[in-house]
Design a protein around this ligand. Structure first.
Ligand code: FES
Length: 264
């Protein structure tokens, strides 16, 4: 059996691990300096202050946004107003407290309205991977901001399943997102019930509703995964969710199955 077939049967190929493991690999390779690499003694070690952060950290957006001043700090579940979102990174490599661009998993954080009529998630027995202990598909707290019925926050992998652009939450409205949802057999509650545009990829117009989590199949890795329902094409499927938990008020990501995120 080839190593690739063997690893595929364990859920991931080496190539896929390499693709998603940029952050960890960077740490390992830097930490390895000063040791024996490829049969060669490298120069003495230098001081390395890097770390891969499981907490989700804010990242700076190219245009002015409310969270830009928080870039490089930990996302807190108490930071968001209802319907507010932000960009961040999970498992990013930080060196001397600064984010190393290109590492980790870029993500979109969205606080939706905490209600039970339209919010939809797959039942636990249909979630196609075990979530790490203590993690859920979304953060939910009835007491945090109880004046608004509590706080519900979801985190999504910020790479469009169409051609891997970076979708956003309420950061681009020119051109505005298409509202021809009927053409896609969709009726996104985020927009139809609450007049909030779904997650929007301006590259070619794809949209994903953070209020509707569905199980789809990642056609690149073959993995079934949970994501925000595709409500406007050309994207063919959902945007993968990143399971989360709060540690104190800090928002932390948890890995269910790396193959959910392998397609770019
Ligand atoms: S890359 Fe997002 S719509 Fe094409």
């Amino acid at each position: 059996m080839s190593w690739e077939k063997e690893e595929r049967e364990r859920g991931m190929t080496r190539r896929e691990w390499v693709q998603i493991g940029i952050g960890a690999a960077a740490v390992a390779s830097i930490a390895g300096l000063g040791g024996l690499v490829a049969g060669q003694i490298l120069p003495p070690p230098f001081k390395f202050n890097g770390e891969v952060r499981e907490t989700i950290q804010y990242t700076k957006f190219p245009t002015p946004q409310w969270w830009n001043a928080k870039a490089g700090t930990t996302v807190k579940v108490s930071d968001f107003q209802e319907w507010q979102g932000a960009t961040g990174v999970w498992r990013g490599l930080f060196q001397d407290n600064a984010y190393v661009p290109g590492t980790g998993f870029p993500c979109i954080i969205v606080r939706i309205k905490r209600e039970s009529q339209f919010f939809t998630v797959p039942p636990p027995d249909l979630v196609p991977a075990a979530l790490p202990s203590g993690f859920n598909l979304y953060f939910d707290d009835a007491t945090l901001d109880s004046a608004h019925g509590g706080t519900r926050i979801l985190v999504f992998f910020d790479r469009c399943v169409h051609l891997c652009c970076y979708p956003g939450w309420h950061v681009v409205d020119n051109p505005p997102p298409g509202r021809d949802y009927n053409n896609y057999g969709a009726s996104p509650p985020t927009f139809v019930q609450f007049q909030q545009d779904p997650i929007y990829c301006v590259c070619h117009g794809s949209q994903y509703d953070p209020m509707v989590l569905v199980v789809n199949v990642n056609d690149k890795s073959g993995a079934s995964y949970v994501g925000a329902q595709r409500v406007h094409g050309p994207a063919p499927r959902a945007l993968p969710v990143i399971p989360v938990q709060a540690q104190g008020l800090n928002l932390v990501g948890g890995m269910a199955n790396p193959a959910w995120y392998v397609y770019c």
